[in-house]
Ligand binder design. Structure first.
Ligand SMILES: *[C@@H]1O[C@H](CO)[C@@H](O)[C@H](O)[C@H]1NC(C)=O
Ligand SMILES: *[C@@H]1O[C@H](CO)[C@@H](O)[C@H](O)[C@H]1NC(C)=O
Ligand SMILES: *[C@@H]1O[C@H](CO)[C@@H](O)[C@H](O)[C@H]1NC(C)=O
Ligand SMILES: *[C@@H]1O[C@H](CO)[C@@H](O)[C@H](O)[C@H]1NC(C)=O
Ligand SMILES: *[C@@H]1O[C@H](CO)[C@@H](O)[C@H](O)[C@H]1NC(C)=O
Length: 470
C-alpha cells in the first residue's frame, strides 16, 4: 500500500516541479521513534531523550550546522564520547539537502529534535495584530518545507512547532496561534509524510502560565490540534541541588497525570559551578514515570556562557563541563522496563479557563490561511532557506478568522493517509469533555497540583477515539 501511495505522491510532486527539495524514501538504520501514552518508544522499548542543544554560532544569525560536514564530523565524535542519543537544532536551511549530515548522525546512533521555525520565518508575538499577520501562507510554506526536508530520515525524532513564543506573563494570547501551527503541521505530516512524527511545543518555564500551557496544548476536541508531547526549558535546578531542593519533586507531582510525553527541551543552570546533578534525578524512577529525559543546554560556548566545548583554532575543545556531564551520563543508565510510563492513557484534559494569567477565552483557533491549505494536498515545494532576509512575518495573506477568534474553528479535516505504515494520531475524536466547570479549577490554582486537579475532571475518550489515537 505504502509504495503505491508513495509513487502516487511522487507523480504529483513531479507535476508541481517540487521533487528536488523533498525526501520521499525513509533513510537511515535507526528505528523511528513514536509516542504511546505518556512516553516515547523505539519499537517496544521505551526511548529517553539524552541530548544536547546544538547551534554553533548561537541563535542571533543562526546558520545550518548540518551543512558544514567537516565540523559536524568532529562534533559527532564528541557527541558519542559524551554518550548522548539526541541533538536539538533550532535553525536549519530548508532549501538544502541534508542526506550526508543525517547519515553521519544515524551512523552514530543520534536522533534529531528539530525546530520548524527560523528567526525570520516565525510567529511575531509583539501584539495580537502581529500574531495575526504573521500566521500566513508564506510562513506555513516554510514550516511545511522543513517537514518535507526531514520527514524521510528515520532519525528525525520530532518537530518543535515553536519555541518560547509565550515568554512573559502577559503574552498568552499567542497560544491559539502556536496551537494552530501544531495542528497544521500534524495535518501536513498526515497527508505528506507517510509516517507518524511527533509534533509539540517547547515552552519557557513561566511560573504564572506554564501549567495552563501544558493543559492548553493537550486539550480540545480536535486531535490534530492536540500536541503529541509537551516540553519546557527548565533552569530551576542550580548546582548544588537535589530533587527536593530544586522543586523538581513538586513538578513530578504536578504533572503526574499529564497524558502526553513530557521532557526538558533545555536544562543546565549556570549560576554556580555545574555538577550536572540533574542527570541522576532525570533518569531515575523518581521522574521517569512522568518525564522522558531532556536536552542539556548547550554544545558550543557562546557569549551567554552555557557551552560544553570551546572553539579554538577552528576545532571544538571539550571543557570541564563536558567532562562532568559525560561522567553524569555514564553513571546514570535508564531505568529498566518501562520506567513507570503509562501506556493506557486515553484522557484528554479540560482546556484551562480564561483568567488574568491566561488570556485565552475560547477553544477556537484561527482557520488555516486560505493560501496555505493547498500545500496539505499538493506538497509545499522547496523552502525559502536562510538567504531571504525579508522573512515571512509581514508577508502573504493572514487567516480570514478575526483576531478575536470569534469566528474561528474547533475542528479540522482529517488529512491522514489511513494506509501510512505507522498510523497517525489524526482523526476527530468524540466525547472529550472540555466542560467549563471542570476547567474552572485550573484557573484558580497556580501552585503545584493544578494540572493534576484539572485532569481529575476529564472524560475518557470513546473507544473509537482511542483506537485512532493508538
Ligand atoms: C508585557 O509587559 C511588558 C513589560 O511590562 C511590556 O513591555 C509589553 O509591552 C507587554 N506586552 C503586551 C503584549 O502587552
Ligand atoms: C529520589 O527521591 C528521594 C526522595 O523521595 C531522594 O531521597 C533521592 O535522592 C532521589 N533520587 C535521585 C537520584 O535524585
Ligand atoms: C470572520 O469574520 C471576518 C469579518 O470580521 C470575515 O471577513 C471573515 O471572512 C470571517 N472568517 C470566517 C472563517 O468565517
Ligand atoms: C488504502 O488502501 C485501500 C485498499 O487496501 C485502498 O482502496 C485505498 O485507496 C488506500 N487509500 C489511500 C489514501 O491510499
Ligand atoms: C466537544 O465535543 C463535545 C461532544 O461532541 C461537544 O458537546 C462540545 O461542544 C465540543 N466542544 C467544543 C469546544 O467544540
Amino acid at each position: 500500500m505504502k509504495s503505491v501511495s508513495a509513487a502516487f505522491r511522487a507523480v504529483s510532486l513531479l507535476a508541481s516541479g517540487a521533487l528536488a527539495g523533498v525526501q520521499r524514501r525513509q533513510q537511515g538504520s535507526l528505528q523511528a521513534v513514536t509516542t504511546r501514552g505518556n512516553a516515547f518508544y523505539r519499537g517496544d522499548e521505551r526511548f529517553y531523550i539524552r541530548g544536547v542543544a546544538y547551534q554553533p554560532g548561537g541563535a542571533a544569525d543562526a546558520q545550518d550546522p548540518l551543512l558544514d560536514l567537516d565540523t559536524l564530523r568532529n562534533d559527532v565524535a564528541n557527541f558519542q564520547e559524551l554518550g548522548i542519543n539526541t541533538i536539538r537544532i533550532y535553525t536549519i536551511d530548508n532549501s538544502a539537502n541534508h542526506d550526508e549530515a543525517m547519515a553521519l548522525l544515524d551512523n552514530a546512533g543520534i536522533y534529531l529534535a528539530l525546530d520548524a521555525n527560523t528567526p525570520l520565518y516565525s510567529l511575531n508575538r509583539e501584539n495580537l495584530a502581529s500574531l495575526h499577520a504573521s500566521y500566513n501562507e508564506v510562513y506555513l510554506q516554510s514550516v511545511f518545507a522543513t517537514v518535507d526536508a526531514f520527514a524521510g530520515y528515520n532519525n528525525l525524532l520530532l518537530f518543535f512547532s515553536a519555541n518560547e513564543v509565550i515568554n512573559a506573563a502577559n503574552n498568552t494570547n499567542a497560544a491559539p496561534y502556536i496551537k494552530a501551527v501544531t495542528r497544521d503541521m500534524k495535518r501536513y505530516i498526515g497527508a505528506q509524510a507517510g509516517r507518524q512524527i511527533p509534533v509539540g511545543y517547547s515552552s519557557a518555564d513561566i511560573a504564572e502560565n506554564i501549567e495552563n500551557q501544558a493543559l492548553y496544548f493537550a486539550c480540545g476536541n480536535d486531535s490534530n490540534a492536540r500536541s503529541d508531547f509537551f516540553a519546557f526549558n527548565d533552569y530551576s535546578w542550580c548546582s548544588p541541588s537535589t530533587f527536593q531542593q530544586s522543586g523538581w519533586d513538586q513538578k513530578v507531582e504536578t504533572y503526574s497525570d499529564y497524558p502526553l510525553p513530557l521532557f526538558l527541551s533545555e536544562y543546565g543552570c549556570i549560576q554556580n559551578t555545574r555538577d550536572w546533578g540533574e542527570v541522576a534525578a532525570l533518569y531515575s524512577q523518581n521522574m521517569t514515570g512522568v518525564y522522558s529525559g531532556g536536552l542539556a543546554y548547550e554544545y558550543t560556548l557562546e557569549p551567554n556562557g552555557y557551552g560544553l566545548v570551546s572553539l579554538s583554532g577552528g576545532s571544538a575543545q571539550p571543557n570541564a563541563d563536558f567532562q562532568t556531564l559525560k561522567s553524569a551520563f555514564a553513571a546514570t543508565p535508564n531505568p529498566s522496563g518501562d520506567g513507570g510510563a503509562r501506556t493506557d492513557d486515553s484522557t484528554v484534559p479540560a482546556c484551562p479557563a480564561g483568567s488574568d494569567d491566561w488570556e485565552v477565552i475560547t477553544e477556537a483557533l484561527p482557520e488555516i490561511p486560505e493560501g496555505a491549505a493547498q500545500y496539505i494536498t499538493n506538497g509545499a515545494g522547496t523552502g525559502p532557506g536562510l538567504s531571504n532576509r525579508d522573512g515571512s512575518q509581514w508577508a502573504g495573506t493572514p487567516s480570514t478568522t478575526s483576531p478575536d477568534l470569534s469566528n474561528g474553528t474547533t475542528t479540522s479535516e482529517d488529512t491522514s493517509n489511513p494506509n501510512a505504515s505507522s498510523g497517525s494520531t489524526t482523526g476527530t475524536s468524540t466525547g472529550s469533555g472540555a466542560s467549563a466547570s471542570a476547567s474552572g479549577s485550573a484557573a484558580a490554582g497556580s501552585g503545584a497540583g493544578s494540572v493534576k486537579a484539572t485532569l481529575g475532571g476529564v472524560v475518557v475518550v470513546s473507544l473509537a477515539g482511542l483506537a485512532m489515537l493508538l
